[in-house]
Design a protein around this ligand. Structure first.
Ligand code: ATP
Ligand code: MG
Length: 260
């Protein structure tokens, strides 16, 4: 018997008035794995994350997180997750450590100082712990934001575009933090428009397009969807970006050529 998935989504539908954003979304995320949800702007990635984190109700379908139904057991789901949105929730005036202690206090945890110190060490922020967050780099802030979302050790975390707006170094720092999370058994669902991010981090990658998951597999499986391009005698493997554009482009191609 395999363990039940950390996240199970079946037949999820959501419309905003007449806009049918999700039209039957299905996927599972295995415990302790990193799952990347890819899609163009407006594909519905944030909508999926909001439904899974109980901020929004689906019109149809079911979603379980950590074994709890997002509609019927919303409180259990909320206790099982943390959500890091695109805009960091850190307080600029406080130090990194103070931010963490504050969250631990708000969650009524024992030993907030120790919890803060452990997370600061885990995210390489010990040296900057006492400094005001206003002096942090973008990467440090985002790392602190992820650290704050881990106070209380939620088994499932949602990262909605965790590296948008970061420079390459900041992205590497966040990637490292995310890898460590999964290494410790946390399940991570991240959304991204950066295909290299999915290539770097994800155990499985799903592409959300026109309301449905059009592919879901490992990077190797996705790459096999396109034959390797042959260039003289050199074989070139397609990048995930080429796979993405071939799949999404092929389905988007409904506009007359002259109108594009
Ligand atoms: N509250 C809302 N009311 C009306 N339309 C909405 C609402 N929230 C989202 N939408 C629309 O639903 C679609 C999906 O939005 P969503 O934010 O889920 O996309 P996304 O994949 O996260 O996009 P991005 O990559 O830009 O973050 C978009 O067309 C968006 O304009
Ligand atoms: Mg979004």
């Amino acid at each position: 018997m395999t363990a039940p998935p950390a996240i199970r989504v079946q037949g999820l539908e959501k419309s905003y008035k007449t806009l049918n954003v999700l039209r039957g979304v299905d996927f599972d995320v295995a415990r302790g794995s990193i799952f990347a949800l890819l899609g163009s702007n407006g594909a519905g990635k944030t909508t999926v994350v909001k439904i899974l984190s109980t901020l929004l109700k689906a019109d149809a379908g079911t979603a379980d997180v950590n074994g709890f139904d997002v509609t019927g057991q919303a409180a259990n789901v909320r206790e099982s997750i943390s959500l890091t949105g695109q805009f960091a929730a850190v307080d600029d005036i406080l130090s990194g450590r103070e931010n963490l202690v504050l969250v631990a206090r708000l969650r009524h945890l024992q030993g907030p100082g120790e919890i803060a110190d452990e997370l600061l060490a885990r995210f390489s922020l010990t040296d900057a712990a006492a400094r005001r967050v206003s002096t942090y780099s973008g990467g440090m802030r985002r790392r602190l934001d992820i650290a704050m979302s881990l106070v209380g050790n939620p088994p499932v975390i949602f990262l909605d575009e965790p590296t948008t707006g970061l420079d390459p170094e900041g992205r590497l720092e966040v990637w490292q933090a995310v890898r460590e999370l999964a290494g410790q058994g946390t399940t991570v669902l991240l959304t991204t428009q950066h295909l290299d991010e999915a290539e770097q981090l994800a155990d499985r990658i799903a592409i959300l397009h026109e309301g449905r998951i059009i592919v879901n597999g490992t990077l190797a499986e996705l790459k096999q969807l396109l034959p390797p391009a042959e260039l003289e005698y050199v074989e070139k493997q397609p990048t995930l970006e080429e796979v993405f554009l071939a799949l999404v482009g092929a389905r988007k191609d409904t506009t007359p050529r002259e109108a594009r």
